[in-house]
Design a protein around this ligand. Structure first.
Ligand code: FES
Length: 266
């Protein structure tokens, strides 16, 4: 029995660990160029995985690996194509003969402010980012956005004083900075959009009543006791209440219809 297990272990395929990609059996490889050097990488990988496969190690320029944090903007060209392409390294799948370069950080002016000292007046944004009016509406910012945000759309909305519209259009921005890298007017669009969203949330959007109720509950120490009990609990009991005996919302319940049996902390 032990001998059979030994043979099995010897025959088992070697599996790489950590961030190094595992080359699937029979995978086709394609050439890509990273900082001008050619590498053969599996055709199914994202740019990030392909670069790791090629031996690169991301110390900066990688974060969530899920298209959310904006840490991995990449510019590339394809052989024989004059166009410049943009993408997130963690989301974009490699193509043959891509010429890749990472832009993990792009220098852009970021205004200093205290949100609580501002107001919902667009003049506030104009004072902090007067370069807003250097926009020549060339739309290169929108073309560079890997999230398909209408960057020119929200910059134009702000020029017209419409903070709510700018906040809505820019909502999917992940602050990668590729828009600023292409801007003829040298705007830091992503910082301006972020300020618009902050001002919208603090001064323009109606307050969520249920959120205020919960904040009041917290301030009234409604949850102090239960938190203290949780912190004192051992792993076995935590697993019991959170995993094994936890009351769960049934799948596909219409929003707002399900209420747990124990409502004392709602
Ligand atoms: S690593 Fe976060 S968006 Fe790519």
């Amino acid at each position: 029995m032990a001998e059979a297990e030994n043979i099995q272990a010897k025959q088992a395929p070697k599996v790489a660990t950590g961030d190094r990609a595992i080359l699937p059996e029979g995978a086709k490889t394609i050439p890509v160029y990273v900082m001008g050097k050619r590498y053969e990488v599996p055709e199914t990988l994202t740019i990030m995985k392909a670069m790791e496969f090629a031996g690169f190690k991301f110390i900066r320029g990688a974060g969530c690996r899920g298209g959310i944090c904006g840490a991995c903007p990449t510019v590339y060209r394809k052989a024989g194509d004059y166009k410049l392409f943009f993408g997130l390294a963690c989301q974009t799948v490699v193509e043959p003969n891509m010429y890749l370069a990472q832009i993990p950080f792009y220098p852009a002016n970021r205004a200093t402010y205290k949100l609580e000292e501002l107001s919902g007046d667009p003049e506030v944004i104009y004072a902090l980012y007067p370069e807003l009016f250097r926009c020549v509406a060339c739309n290169l910012c929108t073309k560079a956005c890997p999230m398909d945000v209408d960057v020119l759309g929200y910059i134009s909305a702000l020029k017209q004083g419409n903070i709510a519209k700018a906040a809505e259009i820019s909502f999917d921005c992940i602050q990668c900075g590729l828009c600023a890298s292409r801007c003829m007017g040298e705007l830091p669009q992503y910082h301006i959009g972020q300020l618009a969203r902050r001002i919208y949330a603090k001064y323009i959007q109606p307050k969520a009543e249920h959120l205020q109720k919960r904040v009041d509950d917290i301030n009234a120490q409604k949850y102090d006791e239960v938190l203290k009990n949780l912190l004192a609990m051992d792993k076995e009991n935590l697993e019991k209440i959170y995993i094994n005996e936890r009351e769960r919302e049934p799948d596909l319940t219409p929003p707002g219809e399900w209420v747990p049996q124990d409502t004392q902390y709602l």
